[in-house]
Design a protein around this ligand. Structure first.
Ligand code: SAM
Length: 287
């Protein structure tokens, strides 16, 4: 049985009366080199414990099971549970948990399943939860490595550098918490049903401490959000909505200048270090 073979996929799913759900982001891999490549890169062989999000019919799960001691796969769609029971019958190191990854306490799940041992996270993520799923995986603090397939443009956005069109508040959020790297691209014709967009495999390695120090993390991210909410405006104007009730435009201008930035700069050109300096200057001013 080939879990990426289109004829086997149709036969197994047909036998179980399964129909793909677009709203659950169900695009299954049909090129066996892709799940093998993701599993190899995931660190499953070293970490030994893996949480997978969205096993589908189990092609990536099987590759993870071949490399790890224990794989816990979280699948939302109950209709896939009997399918997975059949396709993963040959493995004794898999546990499928039915549930919504966004509603689970991932740290508690790891502690329950793996004790204090380190764990990796791995997924071909459903597109509709890409941002909240990556946020949940990072916020959990439960993983030493996170390897996920996402829409190619999202992967580019996450890894983008200051001043590039792809740079966004989410780039800064992820880069504050992890080292981010695109491992390889995966064209749309590697899936069934075929999505409209290409994908990429992204690896996040959570950092022991953020790459920049800031006195007030909440303020740091409030400034980042404000800057990108109005990315076409100058930083001084974009900061108005978040600081304007406390200090006037002249003072915002002085703050921006005090950290060595041009008063006409747009927020999209600022590095994480620039935002940290700015947040600290706002803190110092007591604004
Ligand atoms: N891993 C399989 C593969 O690579 O062929 C399937 C990947 S498919 C893109 C995404 C999977 O995530 C589907 O099985 C879908 O049912 C599941 N899923 C969707 N939303 C989910 C959620 N909130 N929590 C857990 N799984 C979810």
């Amino acid at each position: 049985m080939g879990l990426c073979d289109i004829h086997d996929i149709r036969a197994i799913l047909g036998r179980h009366g399964f129909h793909f759900s677009k709203s659950l982001g169900q695009n299954f891999l049909t090129d066996p080199s892709v799940p093998a490549g993701i599993a190899e890169a995931s660190g499953a062989a070293e970490t030994r414990n893996v949480i997978e999000v969205g096993p589908g019919m189990g092609c990536l799960t099987a590759e993870l099971c071949r490399r790890a001691d224990k794989v816990v796969a979280v699948e939302l769609d109950r209709a896939l549970l009997p399918v997975l029971e059949e396709t993963l019958a040959g493995f004794d190191n898999i546990e499928v948990v039915q549930g919504d990854v966004l509603a689970l306490d991932l740290k508690a799940l790891c502690r329950e399943k793996f004790g204090d041992a380190p764990a990796a996270a791995c997924a071909n993520l459903p597109y509709y939860i890409t941002t909240p799923a990556i946020t949940a995986l990072l916020e959990s603090g439960a993983f030493t490595r996170i390897t996920v397939m996402v829409q190619r443009e999202v992967a580019r956005r996450i890894c983008a550098k200051p001043g590039t069109p792809d740079y966004s508040a989410f780039s800064i959020y992820v880069q504050y918490h992890a080292a981010a790297e695109i491992l390889f691209d995966v064209p749309a014709d590697c899936f069934v049903p075929q999505p409209k967009v290409d994908s990429a495999v992204l690896q996040l390695t959570p950092l022991a401490k953020p790459p920049v120090e800031t006195r007030d993390e909440k303020l740091f991210f409030a400034l980042v959000r404000a800057a990108f909410n109005m990315r076409r405006k100058t930083l001084v104007n974009a900061l108005g909505p978040v600081l304007g009730s406390r200090i006037g435009k002249a003072e915002i201008t002085a703050l921006v200048e005090s950290v060595g930035l041009d008063v006409r700069v747009r927020g999209e050109r600022l590095s994480l270090a620039d935002f940290a300096k700015l947040a600290d200057a706002v803190c110092e001013k007591g604004a």
